[in-house]
Write a protein that binds this ligand. Structure first.
Ligand SMILES: CCCCCCCCCCCCCCCCCC(=O)SCCNC(=O)CCNC(=O)[C@H](O)C(C)(C)COP(=O)(O)OP(=O)(O)OC[C@H]1O[C@@H](n2cnc3c(N)ncnc32)[C@H](O)[C@@H]1OP(=O)(O)O
Ligand SMILES: NC(=O)C1=CN([C@@H]2O[C@H](COP(=O)(O)OP(=O)(O)OC[C@H]3O[C@@H](n4cnc5c(N)ncnc54)[C@H](OP(=O)(O)O)[C@@H]3O)[C@@H](O)[C@H]2O)C=CC1
Length: 515
C-alpha cells in the first residue's frame, strides 16, 4: 500500500491554480490515487463567460479525468470550487467560504501564478508575491494545516549559473516593492522595472524569486516546502503519455515548427534542454507534501525538479527528435514543410528571420490580397518572432541545479511509493517522450484526428514539389537576369551548354558503337 496515497486519504486539500496546466494534473493524480480524500477546495475565478461550475464541469469531463471517474465515481461531490480572485483583497472569498477553508484545510498546494514573461511588474507582483503573502496569512490561521507546498520555478534564480536548493536574498525586500507599488504610478513602475529585475530576463522570474522570499520570511511558523520545476512539458506516463493543454514553453514552439512557421531559432544546440514532464512534477509535489507533513523538517526544504543533472538532453537532440516525429505524424494543413535550424549567431539569425520567416509571410499575404482575402500571415509571423525572442534567454544557456533534497526525498519513499509517485527522471527515454509529446500536441492541443495523417503527408509532398518548383524558377530568373547583364555570366553559360552538348554527343556516339 502506498504511504503517500494513504496519507492524503480523509484530507481536506486546498489548491490554487487548479484550472491551470499543473493544477489539473495535480488534482487528477490526487483523486486517482487517494479516492477516499475528503474534499479538494479549488480557488477559481469565473472566466470567459463561464461560471465556476461550468469550468469545473469542463475539467472533470475532459479526457484527462477519464480514469478518475472509474476509481472515484463521486468525484463531483469531492471537488468544492470556491469563487476567488487572487488579485483581490482576501481573494474576494465570501465569509462563509473563508470560515470553512480556515477551519478545515489540512494541506495547501499553491500553484496559481502569472507565467507570462512580459507581464507588467505591478500585475506580476500582485499575483506572484502579494497573493502568496495573503495565502500565507490565511494559512497561519488554519489550525489543522499540516503542510503548505509552494510551486516556484527553477528559473527564479536564473541570473546564477549554479543554483542550490536554498533561498537567495533579493536586493530589494519584497515588502518594500509591494509598498512602493501602492503609490507609484504605472509610468514610473515601467521605467524602474529594468533596474529592479536587474540581470533576470523578465518580470516572471523576478517576481517568482520575490514570492520565494515572502514564503521564507512569512511562513516561518508553518510547515512549508518549495518545489522548483524547470520547463514543464506534457505528461510522461500518467494518466497517459503526451497530455498537454496549453501553449507555454515548448508546446507552442512544437506547433509553430510542425505547421512550418518556425524555420530557424537562435538557440545553442549543446545547451541543456531542461524539460520536466508535468506528471513528474506532480509526483514530486505530492511526495513533498507527505514528507513535509509527516517528517516536519526543521527548515523549509526546497526541491529542484529538473532533468539536466540526472538525464541531460540538449536542444539539438530535442529539435531532431521533434522533426523526426513530424515525419511519422505530420500536422495538418502545414504552411511549409517542417524544417527548423538552430543558429547561435545574431546576424545570421536576423538573416534567416528575414528570408525564412518574414519573406514567405509577405509573399503569402500578397497572394491572399490578390485572391480577395484578408492578409494575416505577416501579423502571425511577427507574433511568433516576438514569442521566440522571449524564449531565447532560456535556450541559449545551461544551468546546474543541485538536487540533494530531491534525491533525499526519493530515498525516503518506500518501493511502492517510488513506483506510484515516480519522479526519477533517469528512467525517462527522451526520444519516446518527445514522440508522445508531439503526438499529444497534435491530439489534445490541435485536436487533429489520426485518420488525417495520410492526407497531411500528401499535403507535405505537394509543399515539397512547390518548394522545388519555386527554387528552380527563382534560379532561372536570376540566371536569366545575370546573362542579360554580365559578359562573364554569358561566357560561363556558353561553356556549360557546350560542355553538356559535347558530353551528350560523346555518350550517343559510344552507345551507337556498342550496338
Ligand atoms: C525543431 C523544433 C524545436 C522545438 C523546441 C524548441 C522549444 C523551445 C522552448 C523553450 C521554452 C523555454 C521556456 C522557459 C520557461 C521557464 C519556465 C517557467 O517557469 S515559465 C512557464 C512558461 N511560461 C511561458 O512559457 C509563457 C510564455 N508566453 C508569454 O509570456 C506570452 O504568451 C508572450 C509574451 C510570449 C506573448 O504574449 P502576447 O503577444 O500578448 O500574446 P498572448 O499571450 O495573448 O498570446 C497570443 C497568441 O499566441 C499564442 N501563444 C501564447 N504563447 C505561445 C507560445 N509560447 N508559442 C506559441 N504561441 C503562443 C496564444 O495562444 C495566443 O493565440 P490566440 O488566442 O491569439 O489564437
Ligand atoms: N508551465 C511551466 O513551464 C512552469 C510552471 N511553473 C510554475 O507552476 C505553477 C503552475 O503553472 P502552470 O500550471 O503552468 O500555469 P497556468 O498558467 O496553466 O495556470 C495558472 C493558474 O493560476 C490561476 N490564476 C491566475 N491568476 C489568477 C487569479 N487572479 N485568481 C485566481 N487564479 C488565478 C489560473 O486560473 P485561470 O484558469 O482562471 O486563469 C490557473 O489556474 C506556477 O506557479 C508556475 O510559476 C514553474 C516552472 C515551469
Amino acid at each position: 500500500m502506498s504511504m503517500i496515497a494513504a496519507f492524503y486519504g480523509g484530507k481536506s486539500i486546498l489548491i490554487t491554480g487548479a484550472t491551470g496546466f499543473l493544477g489539473k494534473v495535480l488534482m487528477e493524480k490526487l483523486f486517482r490515487t487517494s479516492p477516499n480524500l475528503k474534499v479538494i477546495y479549488i480557488l477559481v475565478r469565473p472566466k470567459a463567460g463561464q461560471t465556476l461550475q461550468q469550468r469545473v464541469f469542463q475539467i472533470l469531463n475532459s479526457k484527462l479525468f477519464e480514469k478518475v471517474k472509474e476509481v472515484c465515481p463521486n468525484v463531483h461531490e469531492k471537488i468544492r470550487p470556491i469563487c476567488a480572485d487572487l488579485n483581490q483583497n482576501d481573494f474576494g472569498i465570501s465569509k462563509e467560504d473563508m470560515q470553512e477553508l480556515l477551519s478545515c484545510t489540512n494541506i495547501i498546494f499553491h500553484c496559481a501564478a502569472t507565467v507570462r514573461f512580459d507581464d507588467p511588474l505591478r500585475h506580476a507582483v500582485q499575483l506572484n508575491v502579494t497573493a502568496t503573502q495573503q495565502l500565507l496569512q490565511m494559512a497561519s490561521e488554519m489550525p489543522r494545516l499540516e503542510a503548505f507546498i509552494h510551486i516556484s520555478t527553477a528559473y527564479s534564480n536564473c541570473n546564477l549559473k549554479h543554483i542550490d536548493e536554498v533561498i537567495y536574498p533579493c536586493p530589494v525586500e519584497p515588502k518594500k516593492i509591494i509598498d512602493s507599488l501602492e503609490w507609484l504610478d504605472d509610468a514610473i513602475v515601467d521605467e524602474i522595472t529594468p533596474k529592479l529585475i536587474g540581470d533576470r530576463p523578465n518580470t516572471y522570474t523576478y517576481t517568482k524569486a520575490l514570492g520565494e522570499m515572502v514564503v521564507h520570511q512569512e511562513g516561518r511558523n508553518l510547515n512549508i516546502a518549495i518545489i522548483r520545476p524547470s520547463i514543464v512539458g506534457a505528461t510522461w506516463q500518467e494518466p497517459f503519455p503526451g497530455w498537454v493543454d496549453n501553449l507555454n514553453g515548448p508546446s507552442g514552439m512544437i506547433i509553430a515548427a510542425g505547421k512550418g512557421f518556425l524555420r530557424s531559432l537562435r538557440a545553442t544546440p549543446m545547451a541543456v534542454a531542461d524539460l520536466i514532464p508535468v506528471d513528474t512534477v506532480v509526483n514530486l509535489t505530492l511526495a513533498a507534501g507527505w514528507y513535509t507533513a509527516v517528517h516536519r523538517p526543521k527548515s523549509t526544504l526546497i526541491y529542484h525538479c529538473t532533468s539536466g543533472n540526472l538525464n541531460p538532453c540538449n536542444w539539438l537532440k530535442m529539435g531532431l527528435y521533434v522533426l523526426a516525429t513530424f515525419e511519422k505524424v505530420p500536422f495538418e494543413k502545414a504552411f511549409r514543410r517542417p524544417n527548423a535550424d538552430f543558429t547561435t549567431n545574431i546576424l545570421s539569425n536576423q538573416y534567416w528571420n528575414a528570408v525564412s520567416h518574414l519573406a514567405p509571410a509577405i509573399i503569402y499575404d500578397f497572394y491572399l490580397r490578390l485572391t480577395g482575402r484578408k492578409p494575416r500571415m505577416t501579423k502571425l509571423m511577427n507574433r511568433l518572432l516576438r514569442t521566440i525572442s522571449m524564449l531565447e534567454y532560456f535556450i541559449n544557456r545551461s544551468w546546474e541545479w543541485s538536487t540533494a533534497n530531491t534525491e533525499m526525498l526519493m530515498s525516503e519513499l518506500s518501493p511502492e511509493d517510488q513506483r506510484v509517485f515516480n519522479f526519477d527522471v533517469r528512467q525517462l527515454n527522451w526520444l519516446e517522450y518527445i514522440e508522445n509529446y508531439v503526438l499529444g500536441v497534435k491530439k489534445y492541443l490541435l485536436k487533429e484526428d489520426m485518420a488525417g495523417i495520410p492526407k497531411a503527408k500528401q499535403h507535405l509532398k505537394r509543399l515539397r514539389n512547390i518548394h522545388y518548383l519555386f527554387n528552380t524558377a527563382l534560379f532561372l530568373i536570376i540566371w536569366r537576369l545575370l546573362i542579360a547583364r554580365s559578359q562573364m555570366a554569358r561566357n560561363i553559360w556558353l561553356f556549360i551548354v557546350s560542355f553538356c552538348y559535347k558530353f551528350l554527343s560523346y555518350f550517343r556516339a559510344s552507345s551507337t558503337l556498342k550496338v
